[in-house]
Ligand binder design. Structure first.
Ligand SMILES: CC(C)(COP(=O)(O)OP(=O)(O)OC[C@H]1O[C@@H](n2cnc3c(N)ncnc32)[C@H](O)[C@@H]1OP(=O)(O)O)[C@@H](O)C(=O)NCCC(=O)NCCS
Length: 170
């Protein structure tokens, strides 16, 4: 089975919506569709069936002089989970973050999403609760990060460090 990661093309929006509907509920779908304008959206496509099996949305943002790579949403169809599709999608985002000199990659989720938490940890992300973020980054930086990620309903933050932030913070 050949699965490739590629940029979502405007003429495949209908297929993208179908994919997202198979993975996420109505509320998340709205967030995902409205993020098409400000995120880079990549899909995993099963070449044989010309079928989308997963996607990732990510973008770069700045907190003062610190460049942040934000992973907004990632999802893989249940049938295709556990075979490395999610890992390849995150790799694509990380390539973009590193090419653009990001200091960290950041994502968020809810504590009950055990699958996502294990997944990100396996990929080298460390997990923080909001009070641990505050301890590590300070309140101002943390609040900005939460705003960037639109993580108002999430309680788990996943961070991967590419460079040390010691000399850039505060
Ligand atoms: C989280 C998600 C994207 C993972 O995608 P995936 O394609 O199944 O992940 P991969 O197969 O690339 O797994 C990468 C690593 O994570 C680990 N992992 C993935 N799912 C796991 C699970 N359910 N339990 C334990 N470890 C898991 C794998 O062991 C793998 O490590 P390995 O290669 O050393 O074995 C997928 O489960 C999903 O779409 N979930 C629903 C949507 C969601 O919750 N998204 C996240 C919030 S936006």
């Amino acid at each position: 089975m050949e699965i490739i990661i590629e940029k979502l093309k405007p003429n495949r929006l209908r297929d993208f919506k179908k994919l997202v509907s198979e993975i996420f509920n109505e509320r998340h779908r709205l967030w995902i569709f409205s993020a098409l304008g400000f995120t880079k959206t990549y899909v995993a496509r099963n070449v044989e069936h010309d079928d989308f099996v997963g996607f990732i949305q990510f973008f770069l943002s700045n907190i003062d002089e610190v460049k942040i790579g934000a992973i907004y949403y990632i999802g893989v169809k249940r049938k295709y989970q556990g075979i490395g599709v999610g890992r390849s999608l995150v790799r694509k985002a990380e390539e973009h973050f590193l090419e653009n000199n990001a200091y960290i990659a950041a994502a968020s989720t809810t504590s009950n999403n055990i699958k996502a938490r294990l997944f990100f940890k396996k990929l080298g992300f460390k997990e923080y609760r909001w009070y641990e973020l505050y301890d590590m980054f300070g309140m101002q930086f943390s609040n900005k990060l939460i705003r960037i990620l639109r993580a108002y309903e999430d309680d788990v933050f996943l961070i991967k460090f590419f460079k040390s932030l010691k000399h850039t913070l505060i």
